[in-house]
Write a protein that binds this ligand. Structure first.
Ligand SMILES: C[S@@+](CC[C@H](N)C(=O)[O-])C[C@H]1O[C@@H](n2cnc3c(N)ncnc32)[C@H](O)[C@@H]1O
Length: 243
């Protein structure tokens, strides 16, 4: 078992809420579509203040929120009457196969070991269960990236340096100056899904940013007996039309 994580967002949750709520609104539709229609509990791994609880519920699922920061969970409590837990995403307090869906939203930049978190996520997924990732694009969003003119980005060679970055001269005055940033180069990032035994069904670069700084991944734990993963469900909006 690895070292206990640091609750880097303790003391920052109110600030983070104010800073991030508008961005969360912009991501909401893409996350609803990425999840597709579903049912049963969805584990929101590293849920923070619960900015995406509504989006998860909109797909037909209920929410179980988990975060290591008690301060973030204090904010999340206002967004759910359901189960909220303070625990390490890399050592989940759940039985194997407990969840039909796990959501990993904007956490690869914050957990110390994203590969270990994905292994735990795969363990607690039921066979055939769905994992969605939505968050930083490892190529154009990370400790190696400097904002340029307009939508352009300058990419520095520390791209190859996997792990925790505490600071860089080109970082702006944003969340990263306060909590640092974890990073995996793209190949390591994608291989972490494969090493967790997950089958990637779809990869996206949402929101049409000219330099795509958001990445989405839809993956499944293989169904028992090696059957193919179920096809992506229709987005919630389509479900209403199909009824
Ligand atoms: C950038 S925030 C994202 C929060 C939320 N998913 C969202 O999109 O608004 C990253 C979150 O990961 C949590 N976190 C970092 N390491 C963690 C760990 N090992 N276990 C559980 N949560 C962790 C932090 O406390 C923080 O709330």
């Amino acid at each position: 078992m690895g070292a206990a994580p640091t609750a880097r967002y303790d003391g920052l949750a109110d600030w983070y809420e104010e800073y991030n709520a508008p961005a969360a609104e912009a991501n909401r539709a893409a996350i609803v579509e990425l999840l597709g229609v579903g049912e049963g509990p969805c584990l929101d791994l590293g849920c923070g203040g619960g900015l995406y609880f509504d989006a998860i519920r909109e797909t037909g699922r209920s929410v179980v929120g988990l975060d290591y920061s008690a301060d973030q969970l204090r904010i999340a409590r206002a967004r759910t009457d359901g189960l909220l837990l303070r625990a390490d995403a890399a050592a989940l307090p759940f039985a194997d196969g407990a969840f039909p869906t796990v959501a990993a939203l904007w956490i690869s930049s914050d957990v110390d070991d994203f590969a270990a978190v994905l292994k735990e996520a795969a363990r607690v997924l039921e066979p055939g269960g769905l994992l969605v990732y939505y968050g930083v694009h490892p190529c154009f969003n990370g400790p190696h990236v400097q904002a340029g003119e307009g939508e352009s980005r300058i990419v520095h060679p520390v791209y190859r340096e996997a792990g925790r970055h505490r600071d860089a001269p080109w970082w702006g005055q944003n969340i990263r100056r306060r909590v640092g940033m974890s990073h995996l180069p793209l190949a390591d990032f994608l291989n972490a899904f494969l090493d967790a035994g997950l089958v990637i069904g779809r990869v996206g670069e949402p929101q049409n940013h000219p330099v795509p700084w958001i990445l989405s991944v839809r993956a499944h734990r293989p169904a028992e007996g090696g059957r193919a993963a179920p096809p992506p469900a229709a987005p919630a909006a389509a479900r209403q039309v199909l009824r």
